[in-house]
Design a protein around this ligand. Sequence first.
Ligand code: NA7
Length: 558
Amino acid sequence: MTQTHQQSSRTAASGLPEVDAVVVGAGFSGLYLLHKLRGLGLTVRVFEKGDGVGGTWFWNRYPGARVDVKSMDYSFSFDPDLEQDWEWTEKYPPQEELLRYVNHVADRFDLRRDIQLETRVTEAVFDEDVERWHVRTDRGDQLSAQYVIMATGCLSTSKVPEVPGLDLFRGRWFHTGHWPQEGVDFTGRRVGVIGTGSSGVQAIPRIAEQATELTVFQRTPNFVVPAHNHPIDPEHQRSVKASYAEHRQAARESGFGIAVPPATKGALEASEEERAAHYELAWYDPDNSLVTFLTGYTDMITSKEANDTAAQYVRDRIAEIVEDPQTAADLQPHDHAFGTKRPCLGTNYYETYNLPHVRLVNVRKTPIVEITHKGLRTTQEEFEFDDLVFATGFDAMTGALTAVDIRGRGDVRLADKWHAGPRTYLGIQVAGFPNLFLITGPGSPSVLSNMMVSIEQHVEWVADAIAHMRAEGKDTMEPTVEAEDAWTAHVDEVGHMTLYPTADSWYMGSNVPGKPRVFMPYIGGVGPYRQKCDEVAAEGYEGFVFSDADAKEPATVS
Ligand code: NA7
């Protein structure tokens, strides 16, 4: 009896419709998974809560939203024809262009017929008797699946702060991560924006162009480097495409998933003049990016003193650009090292504070007390607004995973297992949760990398693992507790060799009250991480255990 035949007869007996794999989410990861798993001959159902595909780029439609990785890097590499055919128009494509690209991918590979939109997966319970997942949705769907793959994104559970009174506010309010599809016109309106992370930094200058009054409530000033976004030079696009395979390979082997020459010396080894020249280039050169700051010197994320040289350079630029000395001082970050909270790319960000109708309120000094029916109140002042914009971020990395009631062996909930922080093996699987796979999960480079490179690596690794199981007649796969413990300790240890844990950041879960303070992504580097995953597979999936239904009594289903 073949594996598939055996499984389908069991499932038929359970009375549930069956598929081989349920994929949760139809962003970049979900789409590529569907394509890849179909290629293995699997039946796949993708559930997506939005009414369109695109994930992050479906939801984040706020003014100014654009990716801060270059378009030629932030795109799929798995299909040479796709990467040659698609023409990017800008260095950093805006959300609209990324959404067009995602939709093109969905059509090009005929993916839509297996995607069910406007459907949220609410529950996935592992049935140990039949060794399959019982999946439920908010639309009443119930399915039996051998594999469940969470392609839910790292920044997809938006977070409105727990400030009292929001229900009283009589104006309109929006969260950047959940922006109305039809857009929002701020013309002639008094607007308050809370939050100065990447979303706030991108949105603020654009909202300022329309609003009659804009007040920005800042808790932590961020490091914002000029984006220098510009149309792509067609010649540049042609030359990258001419050697795309090499370009992509260099990205796969790099630290952050972006092909840049590795640093050769530390900032403290460089002379003051050399450092100044390097930072000038990183700040002013239109082709440079954040990565130039982050990877220019070997000690940037390990030495506070080295890091301070970059941090001070940015603080000096802020003082230069922002005319009002108090506003400039409030905008200068002093409480965290450059890069330890996600640094931002901005377009006219600091310049916007020179506009007469834009004001910065430092809520470290005067915290927000409550939202009122007219606006909001800080410890010092009352504000009136027509619109409030929350650019307050996400329950990052784990939020979308624990939002689904996932229960593994022994009915253990994933959220309970992770009460003291996420535990995974390679960021891909969790002990006690057989055949549950995480794409760019905690414990993998994920948010510390070019997400497209990490997504492709995970999708391909998971697809290979499933192909391996099917070839070997294995029903389930999960890590051992020992492998998971060792990997989780390694992620923590490597994290603590850097400055990252010194900041209160969403990498640490610090932005969500009550969330354990654990450094969640893996900072060992995209290249070394990939190598580790490849070695694990080559060693017969070292650290994983497989079960084999044929070796057991057939499961009985009433
Ligand atoms: P972020 O980076 O988490 O930024 C959220 C911002 O909102 C940040 O400045 C927060 O200050 C601020 N915030 C959150 N809660 C409050 C309250 N209660 N009061 C005042 N200010 C608050 O989210 P983004 O959407 O900007 O970016 C997410 C990622 O998307 C980004 O890193 C890129 O990878 C793409 P805090 O720093 O916590 O003091």
